[in-house]
Ligand binder design. Structure first.
Ligand code: 2IT
Length: 447
């Protein structure tokens, strides 16, 4: 049995050399749960943490496909089946040039805790490919999705592993993968979530991650005696999560002043609203992965090669990708008056930024804030099992309750003693997520 965090992490690093994103995600969780773990002998006697950081299964496969010029291309496909203590493996597929084993292991590890926090019966998984959809034609996307599913289909299933979308995988890609799965298995099942509404999808699933994140932020604000109305909010990214968050912020009377892409950020002091929000969908389907055209379309400022965190804002909501806020960004945000940062992206802040933000202003991690996406995926699975579709209001009402429960869990486990009202949301989310998974693993024996 390891006696210190240091020894535990060293062992992990030796076992998985160079996987820095994975190490970062594990270190954050271990830091939060270590004392709790040591004080509960039933967990450490059964070596639960060491079992938790080892994925149950990793599948890596070749994905060969033919591009529009007739050339054969090869990408690498992955599925990390991380933990099935609470239910079938569940988590998204990411198609992006930056995808590596380390990134998917960090995402799968985080997903296990996130799914646990939702209270729904879902284990943790993640997958994807280093395939970049940028600049690809629709038929190339279809051929790639089919080639990817030609291998993945034998490993997944409605009761085994249920993938969904993530960066680079939206409704179109889920459609092509679902079609290929159905063809190969001769089975129409809820094997993927994020499906179209006419073929097994759930209302609110496209909006769920962004909506859920804003519901979570609202609960953080309510504890401080505030609300969204009248606040200036900075968002990064311009994809599905940003779009959902911006729509809900507008509905609740807040103003979103930034969005961003790999090319830079847009500053729109009048607020991103009405037809400007619809324009985000157009930008996304153009497959170019740049945000600059927004600035030209609406005559506002575009700042190339920079992130939006230099703009003064009350609340910051990173909605793009991992490590998009570093310590310098965090300091600048606080200096300019920001008093709350909620990650809608997964591990949006670097470790030193998290540390700084937790000590200075309100901060909440992605695994709590963005859990609304996978929560509605879980509701999609329930609807598929029952072969019914719930109305929009019903799904939204359930999402609201789930986000409030996750917030309460964070507060219960994360109150900082002696500080009056302050909450360490990282600790709260990690311990809250850990307990359910650990108890289920104990109950199910050494498997
Ligand atoms: O990071 C995430 O939670 C997702 N990409 C959604 C996963 C899901 O299964 O809906």
């Amino acid at each position: 049995m390891d006696s210190s965090i240091q020894a535990f992490l060293e062992k992990l690093e030796n076992k998985s050399p160079g996987e820095k994103e994975f190490h970062q995600a594990v270190e954050e969780v271990i830091g939060s749960v270590w004392d709790y773990y040591q004080n509960n002998p039933r967990y450490h006697r059964a070596n639960v943490l060491e079992r938790m950081v080892e994925p149950e299964r990793i599948i890596i496969f070749r994905v060969p496909w033919v591009d529009d010029r007739g050339e054969v291309r090869v990408n690498r496909g992955y599925r990390i089946e991380f933990n099935s203590a609470l239910g079938p493996y569940k988590g998204g597929l990411r198609f992006h040039a930056s995808v590596t084993l380390s990134i998917l292991k960090f995402l799968g590890f985080e997903q296990t805790f996130k799914n646990s926090l939702t209270g729904l019966p879902m284990g943790g998984g993640k997958g994807g490919s280093d395939f970049s959809p940028k600049g690809k034609s629709d038929s190339e996307i279809m051929r790639f999705c089919q080639a990817f599913m030609n291998e993945l289909y034998r490993h997944i299933g409605a009761n085994t592993d249920v993938p969904a979308g993530d960066i680079g995988v939206g409704g179109r890609e889920i459609g092509y993968m679902f079609g290929q799965y159905k063809k190969l298995k001769n089975e129409f099942t809820g094997v993927l979530t994020g499906k179209g509404l006419t073929w097994g999808g759930s209302l609110i699933r496209p909006e769920a991650t962004g909506f859920g994140a804003v519901y979570f932020v609202r609960h953080m604000l309510l504890r401080l005696g505030m609300d969204i109305e009248g606040l200036k909010i900075g968002v990064s990214g311009f994809g599905n999560v940003a779009w959902g968050a911006i729509s809900k912020i507008n509905e609740l009377g807040g103003k979103v002043v930034t969005i961003s892409g790999p090319d830079g950020y847009v500053y729109d002091p009048d607020g991103i609203k009405d037809e400007k929000v619809d324009y985000l969908l157009e930008l996304r389907t153009s497959n170019n992965d740049i945000v600059e055209p927004y600035a030209h379309e609406f005559g506002v400022t575009f700042v190339p090669d920079k992130r939006p965190w230099e703009v003064p804002m009350d609340v910051a909501m990173p909605c793009a990708t991992e490590n998009e806020v570093n310590l310098e960004d965090a300091k600048l945000l606080v200096k300019n008056g920001c008093y709350l940062l909620a990650e809608a992206s997964n591990m949006g802040c670097t470790a030193d930024a998290v540390d700084y933000l937790t000590k200075t202003i309100g901060y909440a991690p992605g695994k709590a804030v963005n859990a609304g996406g996978v929560a509605v995926s879980g509701l999609e699975m329930s609807q598929n099992s029952m072969r019914i579709s719930w109305p929009r209001d019903e799904v939204d009402a359930r999402l609201k309750i789930i986000m409030e429960d996750i917030h309460d869990t964070c507060v219960n486990f994360g109150k900082i003693p002696g500080t009056g009202n302050r909450v360490d949301y990282v600790k709260g989310a990690n311990i809250g997520g850990f307990v359910k998974v650990a108890d289920a693993m104990l109950a199910q024996g050494v498997v």
